[in-house]
Design a protein around this ligand. Structure first.
Ligand SMILES: [Zn+2]
Length: 445
């Protein structure tokens, strides 16, 4: 059973005619402004599971395939910041306060009591099956890495990555408080990450100073993280300044550490929400330092909106909780949006659907009027950040596509695209997400 609104021809060579595609994801000949500056009318030829040609609409003969009446086509989308190991524990471990402190405490309680290998594996598999049904082609997940969890979750991840190869390209990063890297545990974790082909990751907070968004050991511990990564040739993936507290100013210190060490790897920084609460001068200075250090940024808008500026019942949040993504993009940083948490104490909702994440990002971050090339933040840019040749519509790429009933961004962003057709290697897959009931036996409170 599939809810897809059309099935492609059963032949290995066929055309999808009269599609609408974002110009910014097409080869250069479709750039510029036609009648629609954001979308181009195209015919797309699929052959042996790959995109064989992209032509102006009306070029390919009608007998090759259906006229899709301006339906939008997108490449499979990429989610470069998730937590598949935390996913779907909400029914057994809610977050009673809905804020970051409540999330950390609730997750720790659940992790220490329940996160044996089989529990982690089944929830990860559930998340991946959901993402696959939505048309996601690549995911990076962080794994909670405080001992003893890293030794449990990383082997599970390696098996799951193998099982999903060819369907979802999986990457991994550790996540742990910064100060563990000042102890032997940090070196051991860096070795586990290296064995797993992962990225070294941490949060810019210290267990020794839990209430302090700028712990006194910040610079010393950051220097150690960079050194451990450099010794092993690892990239970095950091949770930075995920806070409503304007004292959280670690991002510029990350950039300065990278410059001081002449760090050669890639650096992805997630959240950076507190930067939006700084003065314009300090924002400029921080972005310039990030640009110099080659730092990429990922915003997690739905989770930021959920956690940031939350107070005990009775007080309405006063700011959106997201970082300064427009300014970062304008200064030439690579900026992505991603899903982050899903049905866990850090975010009570979510469905591993990057099309929904992008749709919500447009509204939360004002990525509209004009939409310009913002769709790249869910496709080409996370692909570049992840080092994958994905996220574009171009000849030679696998025909891993989302075909929407929506004919334009207005229709796409206004109505939930539950009836999308997801093509993998040119064939329509079942887009029915897995039933939550599959996890019921793991959910006793
Ligand atoms: Zn995260």
């Amino acid at each position: 059973m599939t809810h897809a609104f059309f099935e492609p021809p059963a032949t290995s060579r066929y055309a999808l005619r009269k599609l609408s595609a974002p110009r910014c994801l097409l080869p250069g000949d479709f750039a510029g402004s036609g009648a629609d500056s954001e979308l181009a009318a195209i015919d797309l030829l699929v052959d042996q599971g790959r995109v064989a040609a992209i032509e102006p609409a009306g070029t390919l003969p009608a007998e090759l395939g259906p006229d899709l009446d301006a339906s939008m086509v997108l490449p499979g989308l990429l989610d470069c910041h998730t937590h598949l190991d935390k996913g779907h524990i909400w029914p057994r471990q809610a977050n009673p306060t809905g804020d970051g402190a409540g999330a950390s405490m609730a997750t720790q309680r659940d992790r220490q009591a329940r996160w044996h290998a089989e529990d982690v594996r089944r929830r990860m598999e559930f998340g991946l099956a959901t993402a696959y049904a939505k048309g996601v082609v690549a995911i990076r997940t962080h794994l909670d890495s405080l001992a003893p969890q890293a030794a449990i979750s990383f082997p599970v991840f390696r098996e799951v990555r193998e099982r999903w190869a060819g369907r979802i390209a999986l990457q991994v990063s550790s996540i742990a408080p910064l100060d563990i890297f000042l102890a032997e545990e940090g070196r051991h974790l860096a070795d586990i990450v290296a064995e797993s082909g992962g990225r070294l990751g941490c949060v810019t907070r210290s267990t020794r100073h839990p209430g302090d968004p700028m712990p006194p050991d910040l610079d010393e511990a950051l220097a150690r993280v960079f050194q451990l990564a450099a010794e092993r040739g690892l990239d970095l993936d950091l949770h930075v300044d995920e806070s409503t507290d304007p004292r959280a100013r670690a991002l510029i210190r990350v950039a300065r550490t990278a410059a001081a060490q002449d760090f050669a790897g890639r650096i992805l920084c997630g959240h950076c929400t507190a930067l939006a609460l700084q003065t314009d001068e300090f924002i400029e200075e921080t972005i310039a330092a990030c640009k110099d250090a080659g730092i990429d940024i990922v915003s997690l808008p739905t989770v930021n909106m959920y956690l940031q500026d939350r107070s005990p019942a009775g007080r309405t949040p006063r700011w959106r909780g997201v970082t300064v993504l427009h300014e970062m993009k304008a200064h030439g940083l690579r900026v992505a949006v991603a899903g982050d948490n899903c049905r866990d104490p850090f975010y009570a909702y979510g469905d591993h659907d990057m099309l929904d994440t992008f749709t919500q990002a447009v509204k939360i971050l004002h990525l509209d009027h004009p939409l310009s090339d913002w769709i790249r933040a869910a496709s080409e840019t996370p692909a570049a950040i992840m080092g994958l040749d994905l996220g574009l519509l171009k000849p030679g790429m696998a025909a891993d596509l989302l075909v929407l009933k929506a004919r334009n961004y207005s229709e796409m962003l206004s109505r939930t695209q539950f009836d999308r057709t997801v093509l993998r290697a040119g064939r329509a897959i079942d887009t029915t997400p897995p039933d939550y009931r599959l996890l019921d036996d793991l959910m006793d409170a």
